[in-house]
Design a protein around this ligand. Sequence first.
Ligand code: BGC
Length: 731
Amino acid sequence: MPVSIRHGKRAGDWPVAIVRAKAVVANMSVVDKVALATGIGWKNGPCVGNTPAVPSINYPGLCLQDSPTGVRFADLVSVFPAGINIAATFNRTMMRARGLAMGVEFKGKGVNVALGPDINIVRSPRAGRNWETFGADPYLSGEASFETVTGLQANGLQACVKHYINNEQETNRSSSSSNVDDRTTHEIYLHPFLKAVQAGVVAFMCSYNRVNGTYSCENEHVLNDLLKGELGFQGYVMTDWWASLDTFGTLAANKGLDMVMPGEASPSANHSYFGPALVNAVKTGQVPTSRLDDMATRILAAYYVQGQDGNDYPSVNFDSWTSSRGKHVDVQSDHKKLIRSIGAASTVLLKNAGSQLPLGDNVRSVAVVGSDAGPNPKGPNSCPGRGCDVGILAVGWGSGTANFPYLVDPLSAITAKANSINATVFSSLNDTDLGAAKNVSSGKDVAFVFITADSGEGYITVEGNPGDRNDLNAWHSGDELVKAVAGVNKNTVVVIHAVGAIIMEAWIDHPNVTGVIYAGLQGQEAGNSLVDILWGDINPSGRLPYTIAKSPSDHSADISNGYNVDYTEGLYIDYRWFDKSNIAPRFEFGYGLSYTSFSYSALAIVYLGGGLGNEPQAPTGPGSSLSSWLHDDWMTVTFELTNTGSVDGVEIPQLYIVPPPSANSPPKQLRNFDSVFLQKGESSLAKMYLSRYSFAVWKSIEHRWEVPRGKYGVWVGASSRDRRLYGEIDV
Ligand code: BGC
């Protein structure tokens, strides 16, 4: 791995940092304490968020900067594969390595707080920011959150998980209310945030939307009861940028808000909810001094626990708004190697009829069709916020982006490969010129058709899509392009660069569509990552982090256009819904092919002992994250994996728990997975742990986790529908 962990896990350092922060806060003036909590205003500093220096305590202020894919508004940085792609690797080592490399880049630029990762859940497949997230399953998202935060923070950076909570669509995000029942909150949407807290994350960003009627940034239940109470979060909560608050915004402090960003109450306001208003509220007793002290303590403890007061923490050396003011520090190191390998490891092979892939070196003629195969003629950063879908799509749009140092397009990478094996490439990059597409494809050994679907943050509209996608179809008449090429070439391989699921019913069963590759959003090395897969230098092992349906209406949830975004489907999102309703997906959650094959055998479930723990639980309380008994190792599941094919490769075994009827839970839920490399012919023992929490359901009335008694299925498979082993256990 390109970077190393210098300080390791820091959660244990909190008590020391808090004692220190309290001692400092005890001697601070009200004005200085409020300064810690108040941004200096949009574009008034070099970063997207800035807090002022407080000379009395030798505190330089904070630089808070997007994004979850790289350092935004800076040069000489890397653009990493998107969150949805790192989720598709199902590989914790890569998740951590990506976080580490990003953390090094943020720190190298002098950023104090990285505004990421985005750990909302893919509820509706059309939601604009799905691509920033870790997919549709809370367990997978939770593992990715844990590893990403651990990596990001390992060298002293502060990570800020967002958008807390239930910001699962862009439409009306600043006014709508996400209405979610308590059990669903706990079992689906809160879990990734819990894992971030367990990783020691120091900051949270509360979301624009309301939760059950109250804005999340002034929602006492969400901030105080859940986050600071149940999850034991000891860091600080900042608003999303100008996040709305109701009339008495200053009093959001009393509800658990710790910092306003970027400072002013709205883009057009010249007052802040904090700043002088908070000073006044403390002086008049509307906000208790103890609350202000707590806010300041949380912000300072986060700074200390990450060691940012040490001499070696760089100061900000770039400027988001006036690039020439920066020092142009190159922080890329050799991260492009990691980016290329994550790009390949996150590529999902969906179809490989007749094992046409990987291609051999005997290929002589290659057709490359579609605008997504080529570069954006104006350059990869020519559209502000990446708000266009021109040329290779390697990230979505909005604040989740960064400036590409370069972007390897597929046509260049395929051409380079072709040149090395004396093959000739014929290309047509026009999406609607079907005649040209057919011309170049006809008679070639293989024809690649590139199609896309884009989405992003709601402040930009692209081709009529206002953040959330209008539909789940391929853009630029992609279906027509595929059909045209498949009409003339018997070896048509479709490559999809997209933010999430698309509907592919128009051509998926076409006999000439022999290959389908879901490349997602691979970041700056996209073309190279793809070639690694096409010619088999890397054996694909990506798995879908969401379900691809046959029809949009097969999903249980969609974007809501009204004030109320009712999560009436409850626990039943994505595969949980398809399973419950017996709907056949096109490609299920966890699905992905390999160039080799694997067999599973010898399932053994070993109960390690200990009671059910259904006795009244100790409060989870500050610092405890979740009652410890809940996540102790309780059971091991072992089985043998064998690579039975002819090439080396990685298998992603997935463990799902099938609950007894008394649990009233989805038919099965992912509770562990692994990424196992095996040479051809090799076998190894896979071992996975389960805790009581793996079996627990949240009892809203009793207000605790409980393991329902009964017979559970332990379902081990190669996807959420490809069961390979099954065992049962009574608990
Ligand atoms: C986004 C956040 C982002 C912030 C700062 C907001 O619009 O929702 O994700 O971190 O802007 O750019």
